[in-house]
Design a binder for this molecule. Sequence first.
Ligand code: GLN
Length: 536
Amino acid sequence: MVKYVFVTGGVCSSLGKGLVAASLGCILEHHKKKICLIKVDPYINVDPGTMSPYQHGEVYVTDDGAETDLDLGTYSRFTSSMLSRANSITTGQVYNEVIRAEREGQYLGRTVQVVPHITNKIKRKIYECAENAGADIAIIELGGTVGDIESLPFLEAVRQIMYERPREDSLSLHLVLLPVLSNNEKKTKPAQHSVRDLRAAGIYPDALVCRSPSQLLLEERKKLSLFTSIREDSVISAHDCEDIYEIPLILHEQKLDHIVLRRLGLPTKIVALQDWKNIVEVTKNAEDSLDILFVGKYIEQSDTYMSVDQALQHGGISNKVRVNLRKVNAEEINEDTDLSELFSGVSGVIVPGGFGIRGALELIYPIEYARLNNIPFFSICLGMQMMVIEFSRNVLGLKDAQSSEFHPETNNPVISLLEEQDTAQELGGTMRLGSSKIHLLKDSVIGRAYGISEIFERHRHRYEVTQRYVDQLAGNGLRLSAKDSINEFIEAVEWKDHPWGVGVQFHPELKSKPLDPHPLYVSFIKHALQFYYENK
Ligand code: GLN
């Protein structure tokens, strides 16, 4: 029998519900519990795949090709919960399925309504995902904020699940913000109101996790407990910390694991989180700090490249060095940019993915600089495509080399639409998505980094290296070091006469974890560290 933990949020959005849910999952895994993490998003989009990165941040892709919320990436980094399409539930999906069933006549003449049809569908999706995962405990994070109109059917579904199951089968954990005024006083009133809103929806929270800049004081804890009727030991401080990997430690210190297990009628024992302590210690105690230049299209939005940011940190943890990301908006670079100034003190460059021409061609300048100056260089997806365009223009002499994404009529489309994309009619969910098998060239940088010849990595793109340029590229110093096992798409390229210049069409960052860092990010940071020592 699966037990259910519902994580809701109040006062405002972006409090870090995903981090709290994932951290709780992480601690409970130390109790040998099988965890299933589910994200519920109340927006009407079927998935975030069609949303602008400025609206939504990173789109996290699962092995089975679902485009999901970035919180799933957080779940994947903190736990070993299996994540697939089923772990991401949106209003769009729920309504889509209900309306499709109505059109098929499945409701047999009944009026189809939010309650019970939409709420039943939500419940079924939660139950099915948790049960199919064979979980001991399912942690369900509700996106948005309690009080939002669009969250109401989800809250009602949660209320019903909590009501229809034995009391010790479920628990509600509410995350709130305690704003701080200029006199440094934490204000608890918005949190009290938020708990009241949750109660009004029929959900009585068992634990209150409080976000604030500083640690919760005893009198603040007592006050919150008294006015929310939540036990004092279940009012938890989630104060700001430098490193997100400290969060499981902070929650564990306050015994959130015992609070949850006890309330769910499960045995408690003392567990250590030594592996996570080690991760935090490595970063804190590292002697050196590497500056990595990060040139991308959506730099202003802090969470667009969440998984890339984190995978670089994992590379740092594994090489026992701090990684400092120097983020630069590609649009700010042009032919007059002083690149030696831009690169001063930089030990490595990363160019991540993106869509559309704005800020894309500008990437050619830093790519060329890294190639000519032997600076460790790593590019992902659009970044790799720009690496091929730079090489075609500056080495092959094809001055008009382009991607047909930007210039469909170009004479030299070295990057062009994947054949399978020709027939795609809709925008949503139609890219090349998810995991596929890739063959690596043994004698290559990437082959040595992985140490194996067959890998599985995830994709999210519509364009690829055009086959008719492949021989010309390979003959002039661009090693084509990985290919898709079925379609022979080019999956990775490397500069032959360069210590570490690699571009990949896939997204290795999606699989990197602090306790299991991705070999490509480890190898990139290792070479950046070498470059740092050589140029210190
Ligand atoms: N826009 C490019 C494509 O669709 C790259 C996509 C990406 O970087 N995720 O192929």
